[in-house]
Design a protein around this ligand. Structure first.
Ligand code: FAD
Length: 312
């Protein structure tokens, strides 16, 4: 039996073949998934990972697609677009509430809902695109004041590559800056219980507004982009090469690339670490632009930039 028929046998008609992915990625690049499946429940996830493991089929997990750049016209194997949604109060005390939140819930919805209910924990994530699952995988954050999505997690339910489900406490995830253990284990975050502190709604709203205003002033908005493309350089590198800033955007700006465009991909005029898709950008144009950034920064500063986005 060929791969398509194997997948159809286990996953049914929800399995799609040669699916255009541009609308699932905030960069909107033209690319296709060879096979596409949207798990909406734990059962869907178990079925999918079990057949993938049994027949050794390549796969990629996506959430809101806001931290992913695809550098090829076709993604081989199965793209699993997580759509597992949950929102349930587990326990309520005088000053806090424990809530189960699904990994497929959009962060925008979680931020709005928790502020409205007077629950503190996610208010600084106003404007963070994507899903809870992607945010836990990346331990996404707001830096001023520093607030990580993983901060309020009590326990998380995950599924491993063989399709086995387990519950782990917060410590397991080893959260740090832009890091959770899931990046090494490749386990999928299914849902988690978060402890959110009760707080004045007006004040939560003010915090969120402050973040939103700052984003509007400093980042491109209303355009197709994948967020910061490269990681800022380390303190060690900054010292070694005697550079005035650790910001990747600063280095890209200083080599004169702000506003430079190849095909439909353009380095943002607002923030040089953002790449915008101003038309119908394809993988080959993005690859050319990324190569250009890497080689110019390497030539002038001797620094090898590393990706912040996940590249497929
Ligand atoms: C305009 C803009 C602003 C941004 N601002 C910020 C910011 O302020 N702070 C910040 O930290 N980031 C920011 N980002 C980056 C990005 O939005 C975050 O990293 C986001 O949390 C990614 O979530 P996602 O669901 O879109 O993940 P995706 O992009 O879909 O996936 C990212 C990675 O997570 C993995 N993944 C997704 N879901 C799961 C899951 N359930 N279990 C395991 N792995 C999973 C994927 O395999 C992939 O490797 C920004 C991006 C954009 C476009």
């Amino acid at each position: 039996m060929d791969t398509l028929n194997i997948l159809r046998k286990y996953l049914g008609d929800k399995l799609e073949y040669r699916k255009d992915l541009s609308s699932y990625l905030t960069m909107k690049m033209k690319t296709m998934a060879e096979y596409y499946f949207e798990p909406e429940s734990i059962d869907d996830w178990m079925k999918a990972l079990k057949v993938i493991d049994k027949f050794n089929i390549p796969y990629h997990v996506i959430g809101g697609g806001s931290n992913i750049a695809v550098m090829s016209d076709l993604i081989e194997g199965v793209v699993l677009k997580n759509s597992l949604r949950l929102f349930k109060i587990e326990h309520e005390a005088d000053n806090y509430v424990d809530v189960t939140i699904g990994s497929g819930n959009p962060m925008s919805q979680i931020v709005t809902e928790t502020i409205k209910r007077g629950w503190s924990g996610f208010e600084y994530q106003r404007g963070l695109p994507g899903t809870m699952g992607g945010a836990i995988y990346m331990n996404s954050k707001w830096t001023d004041p520093l607030s990580y999505v993983g901060d309020s997690l009590l326990i998380g339910t995950i599924i491993d590559r063989e399709g086995e489900v387990r519950i782990e406490s917060r410590d397991y995830f080893s959260f740090s800056y832009d890091y959770s253990k899931l990046q090494d284990t490749k386990e999928v975050f299914l849902h988690g219980v978060f402890r959110l502190m009760k707080h004045d709604v007006y004040e939560l709203e003010q915090r969120a507004k402050q973040v939103q205003n700052y984003r509007h002033e400093t980042q491109p908005h209303g355009v197709a982009t994948g967020g910061c493309f490269f990681q800022n350089i380390s303190e060690k590198e900054q010292k070694k090469y005697n550079l005035p800033s650790r910001s990747a955007g600063y280095l890209i700006d200083e080599v004169g690339l702000k506003g430079v465009r190849i095909g439909s991909f353009q380095i943002s005029n607002k923030h040089a670490n953002f790449i915008e898709n101003v038309g119908n950008g394809n993988a080959s144009d993005l690859t050319k632009l990324v190569n250009k950034i890497e080689s110019k920064v390497l030539k002038k500063y001797k620094v090898r930039l590393k990706f912040e986005v996940r590249v497929i």
